[in-house]
Design a protein around this ligand. Structure first.
Ligand code: PAF
Length: 283
């Protein structure tokens, strides 16, 4: 398996693949890979000759220092998982912070036509500037034909589509459905950090989303939101940060339902100090 730690070598290798007319898929990750990532890579391999996977915990997208320090870093396990998918067709880029940022570990400021001001953008200061900075840089280095992102980070997916459109980046961005554990918990690298009691409580998040979806068929967004807030009000272990029903195009909170629009419910919950997000299509 080809594992690159610096961009110069990776760029040369990608040049050689392209000179032989190979197509390249790309799955950017922050490591601690799980079956959700695996499914993106497998989809990438179905649609391309090779798939690049970046493993890089991007410091500029963390608004919380503790979260950055504690974010799981498991490169050996990640490589082992990638080898089970394909040793030949998967290429790993696991750079150092310096290889990406040099001495200047800062993000560029981006406008995503307002998408950045909703939900995660409200609660995580500078997060989408950090995401835009790293994804744009990785796209410039890896130069994939197609890139794959999970719908668990639905707002991120929309923002990356906007980034590509605004900067004319020649990459097709493909959204892939959320992968869940058997009990419904959305797969996330952060799940490995949940203490047992919190891990046992966490499926409540998706159960609540499912019931919210049923209720949304007959009730207003406000009523459903009130109901969800109540479910978490007295929860012993899970603290709701937000629950929002939004238009999937603008990500703005819905005031009056229209049957011409598509909506999703978005949720962020603290399980102890671990922040979990999830979402569900409502119609
Ligand atoms: O979704 C993630 O894991 C990260 O935000 C990404 C896209 C790899 C950028 O660091």
């Amino acid at each position: 398996m080809k594992i690159f730690k610096n961009k110069i070598d990776l760029i040369k290798y990608v040049d050689s693949l392209k000179s032989e007319k190979n197509t390249l898929g790309f799955v950017p990750t922050m490591g601690a890979l799980h079956q959700g990532h695996a499914s993106l890579i497998i989809k990438g391999l179905e649609q391309n000759d090779f798939v690049g996977v970046s493993v890089f915990v991007n410091p500029t997208q963390f608004d919380n220092k503790e979260d950055l320090i504690k974010y799981p870093r498991t490169l050996d396990n990640d490589v082992a998982l990638l080898k089970t998918i394909s040793e030949e067709k998967v290429i790993v880029y696991a750079p150092t912070v310096e290889d990406i940022y040099g001495e200047n570990v800062v993000s560029t400021s981006f406008s995503y036509d307002g998408l950045e001001h909703e939900m995660e953008g409200r609660f995580r200061d500078g997060h989408f500037d950090g995401v835009g900075t790293i994804v744009k840089r990785l796209f410039e280095i890896v130069r994939p034909d197609k890139a794959y992102f999970g719908e668990k980070d639905f707002q991120q997916l929309m923002i990356i589509k906007k980034l590509v459109e605004k900067y004319n980046i020649p990459v097709t961005v493909i959204g892939c459905k959320i992968h869940r554990e058997k009990d419904g918990l959305a797969m996330s690298s952060r799940n490995t950090r949940l203490k047992p009691a919190y891990r046992a409580a966490a499926p409540f998040i998706f159960k609540t989303l499912q019931t919210a979806k049923e209720k949304f068929a007959t009730k207003s967004a406000n009523k459903v939101t009130e109901w969800v807030n109540k479910q978490f009000a007295n929860h012993d272990l899970l603290a709701l940060e937000y629950f929002i029903i939004a238009d999937i195009k603008t990500l703005k909170t819905v005031k009056r339902k229209s049957n011409k629009k598509s909506y999703r419910a978005f949720i962020a919950v603290y399980a102890d100090d671990i922040r979990l997000i999830d979402n569900i299509a409502l119609n």
